[in-house]
Design a protein around this ligand. Structure first.
Ligand SMILES: Nc1nc2c(ncn2[C@@H]2O[C@H](COP(=O)(O)OP(=O)(O)OP(=O)(O)O)[C@@H](O)[C@H]2O)c(=O)[nH]1
Length: 400
């Protein structure tokens, strides 16, 4: 209690402050007590001691190591029946093998080249094969990019045979079929040199102008080879187009083939060399080297191609140089072929986008031009739309 002396020493204001403080302490203390009591009253019955079998209400105190939670009424899963999440690693595809690919794609070839075959057949089946009819036949062949010399040769043969043997549409079809097959030349060796030699993988170099389908061809060829159980290494020597190495790597990953790549804008010859070295170390069957698209008119770039090949040859023989030609480019494709063949020994031709042109005659023209066989044809944008070329199947598709 405040003594009268102390009270007299305090000012009025200080006195009021002390009284208010005491009142606040009393109010807060009382409220706390009331709330605590209410909470306890509201606690659910589960927190009450559970009744134990036998009627005893005594509760065992939890010990160290006891479960913190109440036991569940469902059995605990074992390791065996626990479902693991799906693995996220990409699944390796098993591509379609080369056999029968052209058969599968024949309808597509027939669709694009149908007008050439059917046009020729309609003209040859006329009752009267006069000069005008023969001129129309020539025009049809030249329009389809067969080329002037092969066209004249074919027309000459057809004229002779039709005069001697030709009676009726069926006969005309048979004669045309035989002469077209002879023109495409079934005797040419169209096999790909992709067999591993003693201690070395086969090396395939893929070349051509921009956008003809080189990277797509390398990717699809890798699929064909993997389907034949070959171990393939890809070399991304197209350091010119930024996305080319990624594009190639994606193709490789789909079939489990490793891609050797270097820095963007790096030296293509050194990447080609590294990929072959890697192929030797991995004991691969085939190394497929993709190169940058280069305009045949740019001398520097064309010389670079020769260098790429020479550098590879320091460690392995180059077994195939495949020149990729876009079939839709017609006569320009022929010019490209000529220039490439001057700087590098082309061993095989790949005609892409045959599905996108009615001018399948380019097959005949370009083979004649280079004396090199068409080995593969591209008939669509799909992963398995690359097929080994076959003279008879090609001609049959034209005449379907
Ligand atoms: N329709 C069709 N399209 C094709 C075929 N082959 C390739 N293509 C398409 O042609 C385009 C160019 O193909 P790429 O493989 O990138 O060409 P590239 O020659 O590597 O290109 P660069 O590296 O720029 O020289 C792509 O859109 C391919 O899908 C084919 O046979 N048919």
């Amino acid at each position: 209690m405040l003594t009268p002396l102390l009270v007299s020493m305090l000012t009025d204001q200080a006195l009021i402050t002390i009284v208010v403080a005491i009142a606040v302490v009393l109010v807060v203390g009382t409220t706390g007590l009331v709330v605590a009591r209410r909470r306890r009253a509201e606690l659910p019955s589960a927190t009450q001691p559970p009744s134990v079998e036998g009627g005893s209400t005594e509760v065992a105190e939890p010990q160290v190591g006891d479960d913190a939670e109440e036991p569940r009424d469902t059995p605990t899963r074992t390791l065996e029946d626990t479902e693991l999440p799906e693995p996220t690693t990409p699944t390796i595809e098993k591509p379609e093998s080369a056999q029968g690919r052209l058969v599968r794609l024949r309808a597509r070839l027939a669709r694009s080249q149908g007008s050439l075959g059917k046009g020729l057949l309609a003209l040859l089946s006329r009752d009267k094969l006069d000069e005008e009819a023969w001129e129309d036949i020539e025009t049809t062949l030249i329009t389809a990019d067969v080329g002037v010399a092969p066209t004249q040769e074919l027309v000459e043969k057809l004229r002779t045979r039709m005069r001697v043997e030709g009676v009726g549409a069926q006969q005309a079809r048979e004669i045309l079929r035989e002469e077209l097959i002879a023109l495409v030349n079934p005797a040419l060796d169209r096999s790909l040199k992709v067999t591993r030699k003693e201690a070395q993988p086969a090396v395939v170099l893929v070349v051509g102008v921009n956008g003809t389908g080189k990277t797509t061809t390398v990717g699809r060829l890798a699929r064909v080879l993997v389907a034949e159980d070959k171990h393939v290494v890809l070399g991304a020597a197209d350091t010119f187009r930024a996305a080319a190495a990624d594009q190639l790597q994606t193709w490789g990953e789909r079939v489990g083939a490793r891609t050797v790549r270097g820095p963007e804008g790096g030296d293509p010859a050194s990447i080609a060399f590294d990929s072959v070295k890697e192929g030797i170390a991995e004991e691969a069957d085939v190394v497929l080297v993709d190169t940058a698209g280069r305009l045949h008119t740019k001398t520097g770039l064309m010389d670079e191609l020769g260098k790429v090949k020479r550098v590879i040859e320091k460690s392995a023989e180059v077994d195939e140089v495949l020149l990729v030609i876009d079939a839709t480019t017609g006569q320009n494709g022929l010019t490209q072929a000529r220039v490439f063949a001057e700087v590098i020994d082309v061993t095989g031709l790949v005609l892409t986008k045959l599905d996108g042109t009615a001018k399948g005659g380019i097959v005949i023209a370009v083979q004649r031009e280079l004396g090199v066989p068409v080995k593969l044809v591209g008939l669509g944008e799909g992963a398995d739309d690359l097929a080994p070329f076959d003279a008879e199947q090609f001609v049959d598709a034209l005449l379907d």
